[in-house]
Design a protein around this ligand. Structure first.
Ligand SMILES: [Zn+2]
Length: 368
């Protein structure tokens, strides 16, 4: 079955200039200049592969627009917005590990606005589901500071738009980026309108963040699920996490919209993560989310792009996800699939199973 799948893209997303760091490290006399980890290449190659595969033309283009200041201020503090706006002229750092080039404020607004437009397209029924290939990413950004390459928390702001302007009462996040979705967690920490689930590598980034005991507070207590998988987790661990924790939590909460902060840095070969996902795995996780969305919210599912830093492999993960969302199989097969799927330890390991068993107990006290 094919679906109407929306796609958000803008060339300016690729013009957000993070400079010539060496990975995440500023350069100097002891560190030779290289490229910043969060550079356009993975995203550009993802889009290029979709074009070459003939998939882009079969999707429904959803044009981004700049978010308004009022929209950004649903989540972020005015002081922070003003500071980022000043950096638009000069470049600089918006917080911790958040380099900006000239114009990055405007591009960050276009990223937020792109995800909001996709939310509207899904809620208006113009598309069934969709993917926003935006940049800069968003899921680490906090109300008062940028963090981890993220200027504004794109997905969380778009979710607030759905709740506060579109009249939704319940939304859910399933963040499969290898790093903890601390920005999304913070945005809804005291809020029971959003179920926030993050599946990430245990204590990777931010440091000391994303523990399973972090459940939210006040009205939001119990509505935050962190599932910190041990480094080295392959598809077996992800499959078990989705089957035993993520999908049951979604079915219990019955959101009216599911948003996936979609980083592909849990892929094997990623320089900033140590997990072992592959394109077949991402395809199957997408299928599980689509089935959950079909059962609770008429299939309303959208993804916003986050991390993913291995330029050769990320495009194939992205293509697999978009093929699954749209139901359109292109003629292009992932040439890396055999190598990545053949890595040792892809099956669920006992120490990973122990973490997932512990995560299952979070469901016992989840009574929305
Ligand atoms: Zn990440």
């Amino acid at each position: 079955m094919t679906r109407k799948t929306g796609f958000v893209w803008h060339e300016l997303y690729m013009w957000h200039n993070t400079g010539n760091y060496a990975g995440v490290m500023p350069t100097g006399l002891t560190v030779q200049p290289y490229e910043h980890a969060e550079n356009p290449e993975t995203k550009r190659r993802f889009k290029n592969l979709m074009d070459v595969a003939g998939l882009t033309d079969q999707l429904i283009e959803v044009s981004p627009r700049p978010a308004t200041e009022q929209e950004v201020l649903m989540l972020h503090e005015l002081d922070y917005l003003e500071r980022v706006k000043l950096l638009n002229e000069t470049g600089g750092d918006a917080g911790v590990f958040t380099p900006m080039g000239v114009g990055s404020y405007d591009i960050a607004l276009l990223a937020v606005g792109g995800v909001i437009e996709l939310v509207d397209a899904v809620l208006d029924g113009r598309v069934d589901n969709g993917y926003a290939l935006v940049r800069p990413p968003g899921h680490h950004a906090l109300p008062g500071m940028g963090m981890g390459f993220c200027i504004f928390c794109n997905g969380a702001i778009a979710g607030l738009h759905a709740l506060e302007r579109r009249g939704l009462e319940r939304i859910a996040y399933v963040d499969w980026d290898v790093h903890h979705g601390n920005g999304t967690e913070t945005a809804f920490w005291k809020d029971n309108r959003a179920l926030t689930i993050s599946i990430h590598q245990d204590n990777c980034f931010p440091p000391d963040s994303g523990g399973m005991d972090m459940r939210g507070t006040g009205a939001g207590e119990g509505f935050n699920f962190n599932i910190p998988l041990p480094p080295g987790s392959g598809y077996g661990a992800y499959e078990a996490t989705f089957d035993r924790v993520v999908v049951p939590a979604l079915e219990t909460f019955a959101p009216q919209l599911i948003i996936v902060p979609s980083g592909f840095d849990a892929g094997a070969h990623d320089p900033l993560g140590r997990q072992m996902m592959h394109s077949t795995g991402y395809r199957e996780l997408t299928q599980k989310l689509m089935q959950a969305a079909d059962s609770v919210c008429n299939g309303r599912l959208l993804m916003c792009h986050e991390g993913g830093y291995n330029a050769p492999t990320v495009p194939y993960f992205g293509l697999a996800v978009l093929e699954q969302l749209s139901g359109i199989k292109t003629p292009i097969d992932d040439p890396f699939a055999q190598i990545l799927q053949g890595l040792g330890g892809q099956n669920l390991q006992p120490h990973q199973d122990a973490v997932i068993q512990q995560a299952e107990t979070l469901l016992d006290t989840f009574n929305p």
